[in-house]
Design a protein around this ligand. Structure first.
Ligand code: SF4
Length: 209
């Protein structure tokens, strides 16, 4: 059975950005990605990633580990199967976690969440056609698009090593989301909400379309 585990860690925004943000370096990686200028959540952003977070004081990182069992690893055993399976599975898991954080936003005033990777709400994003985002109420920027070094954040903050692999399914994959809040937020309540998030892993024998 595929299982999930959530880890939450927190920092003040200023020291987080000074330690982990390097926009030019990570923008160069974004330019090589198919989502560059193709999703509203991704660079070139319509907001300034260097100043957008200035009004926020605290950032909470949420790491969602999706842990594969031996049966799944045995079944998903070719490069093609791994790409197909993880693309569909991670999209579903990402949207599930994004939905939970959108609910948290409603309960915590002046908070805004971030997603992992490019927005995955629509099958085909409107950006290449130049039309506005279809779901601005749900679309959230990816942390990557702010030039954040996610590998370091994941290891140093969440104590999780990022694993990837196309020769065999790794033991787990990790999605990194976040939520930022302003001064005077009830951080105890926020932590309670984040710790209460439960993500159901979609199992191998369930449809992943
Ligand atoms: S919600 Fe749809 S249109 Fe908007 S960024 Fe996401 S995929 Fe694109």
């Amino acid at each position: 059975m595929i299982t999930t585990k959530i880890t939450v860690a927190h920092s003040d925004v200023a020291s987080f950005l000074s330690k982990f943000q390097n926009v030019p370096r990570f923008l160069a990686y974004c330019k090589q990605c198919q989502n560059y200028n193709a999703k509203w959540s991704c660079p070139e952003l319509t907001i300034n990633p260097k100043t957008y977070l200035n009004d926020y004081s605290e950032i909470y990182l949420i790491g969602l580990k999706i842990i594969y069992d031996e049966e799944t690893k045995k079944e998903i055993n070719t490069k093609e199967k791994i790409i197909d399976f993880t693309t569909k599975l991670l999209r579903k898991m990402k949207n599930q976690l994004s939905d939970c954080l959108l609910e948290v936003e409603k309960e915590i005033p002046n908070s805004v969440s971030f997603s992992s990777g490019g927005c995955a709400w629509c099958c085909k994003c409107t950006r290449p056609s130049g039309n506005p985002c279809r779901k601005p109420e749900k679309m959230r920027y990816s942390l990557d698009s702010f030039g954040i070094d996610l590998s370091r954040v994941t290891e140093e903050f969440l104590n999780i090593k990022l694993l990837w692999g196309l020769d065999e399914l790794p033991d787990y994959h990790t999605l990194i989301h976040a939520i930022v809040v302003k001064k005077d937020t009830d951080c105890e309540l926020l932590m309670q909400k984040l710790n209460a998030i439960k993500i159901n892993a979609i199992q191998l024998n369930k449809s992943l379309k």
